[in-house]
Design a protein around this ligand. Structure first.
Ligand SMILES: Nc1ncnc2c1ncn2[C@@H]1O[C@H](COP(=O)(O)OP(=O)(O)OP(=O)(O)O)[C@@H](O)[C@H]1O
Length: 954
């Protein structure tokens, strides 16, 4: 094809783009502007899916300004066509090619049929089937959340469903350790990407978690992420045309450390355009509240905060993840909320004051829940009094009317939750609310403190005495410290179990590993910050290997963050960490979703040393080994200085007593107020359970299997049963061209979630799997299957009649990021034209046709077609007229639907904004803008003839 600027082209694969205009070209590429949807696309010339738009004499042509002319003559000037003709009012006029309207209605199937291009019935059926499925998917609010290799857990579905559908969501995911924040973030990301709400995303994680994130994204969500490090950036800069390496990929994963080390990369990230940023382990971000003086240095966590803050100001969507949101204090917790919405969270004192109000609201919600559950004894005036002064009068009035309309109780609960607390911005599920987690069992061993430490004050006062020893032989402690003997003894005793050993320092880990190897001939895997990422992942994989792996993994503290080791049931603390959050992180490695047994926690400590003090404080003061304690952080802050000093036994008992008391008080007040509200808000159980039901109904795996078998048959992909519930698929020599995601060596697939979860090597095929989404796209954008011919036998109808089945697709053109299909699902309009020129679709239904239809040899079909060409042309014209006649009503209906659904959303957000300010202005603006764009798009919508079938009775 020779492309000339100004020529008009159609994208065969996507007619919805409207008519394109060549705006530039070079020897290899051509750039086409699709003005109807405000998009520019670049194609390789030799493979561009483009067809020149060439109207013929007698065709009706529309000008950009709306008027039309019937073409009488076509002239060509320098490769561009000029159309001469007569307008509807009889005047002569001219339309140069460049001035043809961008919104055209193309009758590709009609052209093909009239040129005797008839497809096989099977392709026609497949196209219709694919259309039905695609429409079902594009309408569902669950699309993007159910097709991943994850169990459908209500608390995760609830969060993902609340957040994934938002424009530019900005939330803090703060589930307790191991409850699935990563999965929730990935679900949200997946939905945003699949529904086009986001196109470019950046994920920033601690270096040690990069690989794990990459694997989770790929294995569970089929998301191919580009992992960036300094080397990769340089490689892209040198070998590709990208000046900014971060513009070379849509989905980027990189370690926080890398950006902290390089201002250049920071600048480049800021310069690249992103829709969404995910930051894992966000408790490392520390807010510095004040002015930095010149020359003042700040910690890495403060730098990290400032870095993420600068990104958060530019990137519209932000997901922050942390299991320990208050690890660096309440202020830092507030500061993370401030990253999400600086307007709403600008005053720390106000934030604290607001939290004080939550208790009354939470109490009222409790009482309402009791009423909703059928307890009529709960007095309404008590609820009323609880809320008086905390909520608006209209809500108080609603409470008063609950006697007459008890079913409104639930709506009222939801309203209260919407309007109070940090609910829209912060989500936190706890083991208490999710339930079903394993038990923990503690085995502690008090060991005699060895001589070498007793002579060293620093060692005695430290949780890691071996680090503080000053002696010539750095390995001497290994022979003297009874914990080493204890560790080796436990390792031998538990030789058939996987055991995770955690020590604070990398140095300790390395020395212990050497000891195991040299003194006992035991090879163990190690995991510490001095290792490269690949080495760490290899170590974790060696430990995870159930058949040939090592049964011991020795980790430094860094190994205890974010990693998945729930296949192990024994956790050995070689030492204790100096902060309760770290202790929770350690236990969280095993206490995660997927843990099937009681977690056995083994803790040795040296008597009369700091270790004993901390052990007792954690155990007796906070009960931390048995369960997570959300108050631990505050108690630690209160008694931090006491914990740092050496305590006499009586003073320790006193400290433990005071800590326990404070912990109990705090827990009580938290469950009274803030946490209870947060818990209700993070997962409204009824809605969550309903979502799970809907998700199960939506996944339709049996239908998918049937559909894919038809696809495989037609595309000549081999499939055979592997074992029950799974099959093997392979390419064949008869395959025509490309089949998406099919591996050359074949692959084992399953459509069953349970089987997919149990067999990680199987590919889990769902309606959201890229193989399926691309196949649907392929079927619907290719022309094959948009024409067909069939005879109707024994239908009871007189023989020799001809019917024309025309299907039109009405879907709005428009900027794809508007995702209009949510508000304006495509309409599929069917007309079955009888020879008399009337639509008999309601009599000759699809079911009847399926029952009586038969195919005929192609040459017979072509003969009949030729003989009946004038009838077909007449019926086509008639169908077009019917379509045009129905269009205004369909558009009006669509407009009303769009208006209603977007206006409802705007209204809800405005209400929320006026009550608790948790809705950002840009969210409301976005919706208002969407409404405007949607209305324009509906106005411009033109029906497209999508397929056409000739039916002849016999
Ligand atoms: N819906 C699910 N289906 C299957 N496995 C899941 C699901 N949710 C979570 N898991 C598994 O449970 C473990 C914990 O999940 P995840 O890593 O998302 O938790 P987290 O809250 O991010 O943990 P941490 O606080 O340690 O960062 C992981 O191994 C994850 O793969």
């Amino acid at each position: 094809m020779q492309f000339i600027t100004g020529q008009r082209y159609i994208n065969n694969a996507d007619l919805q783009l409207g008519l394109g205009r060549v705006v530039g070209e070079n020897h290899r590429m051509v750039k086409v502007a699709f003005d109807a949807v405000d998009e520019e696309r670049i194609y390789a010339k030799d493979s561009a899916p483009l067809s020149r738009y060439e109207p013929q004499v007698d065709d009706l042509l529309q000008h950009k300004d709306g008027w039309k002319l019937t073409i009488h003559e076509i002239k060509n000037l320098n490769g561009l066509n000029i159309f001469f003709g007569v307008k509807e009012n009889g005047e002569e006029d001219v339309i140069p090619e460049s001035e043809i309207t961008d919104n055209i209605s193309l009758d590709r199937p009609a052209d093909r049929l009239l040129n005797a291009q008839i497809d096989k019935q099977k392709w026609y059926d497949l196209r219709q089937n694919a259309r039905i499925h695609q429409q079902r998917l594009s309408r569902s609010a669950l699309y993007g959340l159910t097709g991943c290799r994850t169990a459908l857990l209500p608390h995760q579905l609830y969060i993902a469903h609340s957040v994934g559908k938002r424009h530019a969501p900005r939330v803090l995911l703060a589930d307790e350790v191991g409850l699935g924040k990563t999965i929730e973030a990935c679900l949200i990301l997946h939905q945003q990407l699949l529904t086009n709400r986001a196109q470019r995303a950046i994920i920033i994680v601690p270096e040690s978690l990069t690989h794990q994130w990459m694997v989770e994204l790929l294995r569970r969500f089929n998301l191919q992420v580009s992992v960036f490090d300094e080397e990769k950036c340089q490689e892209i800069e040198h070998s590709s045309g990208f000046e900014n390496p971060f513009e070379s990929a849509q989905l980027v994963l990189l370690p926080l450390e890398m950006i902290l080390e390089s201002p250049v990369r920071e600048e480049q990230i800021l310069a690249a355009k992103w829709d969404l940023m995910v930051v894992d382990e966000a408790h490392h971000l520390e807010w510095f509240d004040g002015e930095l003086t010149e020359g003042q240095t700040v910690s890495d966590s403060v730098m990290a905060y400032q870095l993420i803050e600068s990104f958060a100001k530019k990137i519209p969507g932000v997901l922050l993840l942390t299991a320990t949101p208050e690890q660096l204090g309440r202020k830092s917790h507030f500061a993370r909320l401030r990253l999400l919405d600086a307007d709403r969270y600008h005053d720390f004192d106000q934030f604290i004051a607001e939290e004080a109000e939550f208790e009354s609201v939470a109490d009222a919600i409790d009482l309402l829940i009791q009423r909703v559950n059928g307890d009529d004894q709960v007095p309404l005036n008590t609820i009323h009094d609880q809320l008086k002064g905390h909520v608006h009068q209209d809500m108080l009035d609603q409470i008063a009317s609950l006697n007459e309309t008890p079913e409104n109780g639930l709506a009222l609960i939801n309203q209260l939750l919407d309007q109070h607390g940090t609910g829209r911005v912060l989500f936190r599920n706890t083991r208490h609310s999710v339930q079903g987690f394993p038990q923990r069992a503690l085995y502690d061993d008090a060991l005699e403190s060895p001589e070498i430490y007793q002579s060293n004050q620093q060692a005695m006062a430290s949780l890691t005495p071996e680090i503080h020893l000053e002696c010539d032989d750095p390995l001497q402690w290994l022979d003297n410290d009874p914990r080493v003997k204890w560790l080796v003894g436990k390792s031998k005793q538990l030789k058939h179990e996987k055991i995770l050993v955690i020590a604070s320092q990398a140095q300790t880990v390395l020395q212990l590993e050497q000891h195991y190897r040299d003194q006992h001939g035991i090879h163990v895997a190690v995991f510490h910050e001095g290792m490269s990422l690949i080495e760490r992942d290899q170590a974790a994989a060696w430990f995870a290997d159930l058949d040939n792996g090592t049964h011991i993994l020795l980790c430094s503290e860094i190994g205890s963050e974010g990693r998945n080791f729930q296949f192990a049931h024994h956790l050995l603390f070689f030492d204790l960490p100096g902060h309760p959050d770290l202790l929770e992180q350690r236990i969280g490695r095993l206490d995660r979703i997927g843990q099937t047994e009681t977690i056995q926690i083994h803790v040795p400590y040296l008597k009369h040393t700091a270790q004993e003090k901390w052990f007792k404080w954690y155990h007796q003061g906070l009960d931390l080994f048995n369960k997570t304690n959300p108050a631990a952080h505050h108690v630690f802050t209160a008694f931090q200085s006491d914990l740092q000093t050496t305590l006499k036994p009586a003073a320790l008992d006193d400290l433990i007593e005071k800590s326990r008391k404070l912990s109990d008080e705090l827990l009580l007040s938290m469950t009274r107020g803030r946490d209870r509200l947060l818990e209700y808000n993070s997962c409204r159980p009824l809605e969550a359970a309903l979502l799970k039901e809907q998700a199960e109904a939506f996944e339709q795996s049996a239908r998918l299997e049937k559909f894919m078998h038809k696809v495989f048959d037609l595309f000549n992909v081999h499939y055979e049963e592997h074992r029950s519930g799974s099959e093997i698929i392979r390419p064949t020599d008869e395959m025509h061209g490309y089949f998406p995601y099919l591996l050359e060596d074949g692959m084992t697939i399953t459509y069953d979630r349970e089987i997919a979860l149990a067999n990680e090597t199987f590919h889990y095929i769902t309606w959201e799997h890229p193989m399926v989404t691309e196949v649907l796209e392929l079927i619907l954008t290719q022309e094959l299957g948009n024409t067909a011919f069939a005879v109707l036998q024994n239908s009871g109808l007189n023989g020799g009649q001809i019917f024309l089945e025309c299907r039109y697709l009405i879907q709005s053109t428009g900027n794809s990021s508007m995702q209009l299909s949510r508000y304006l699902p495509p309409v599929n309009q069917r007309f079955l034209m009888a020879e008399a020129g009337i639509d008999v679709g309601d009599k000759l239904t699809e079911n009847l046709i399926r029952k009586f239809k038969n195919s005929v040899p192609m040459n017979v079909a072509v003969e009949v077609l030729k003989a009946k060409i004038s009838v077909i042309k007449r019926l086509l014209k008639k169908a077009d007229e019917l379509m045009q006649a129905q269009l205004p009503a369909l558009k009006l209906e669509a407009e009303q639907q769009v208006k209603q659904s977007i206006s409802n959303e705007i209204e809800r957000l405005q209400q929320l904004a006026s009550h608790n300010g948790q809705v950002r202005d840009d969210e409301i603006e976005y919706l208002k803008n969407s409404l405007e764009l949607a209305q324009t798009a509906i106005g411009q919508t033109q029906p497209q003839l999508d397929s056409i079938r000739v039916l002849v009775t016999m």
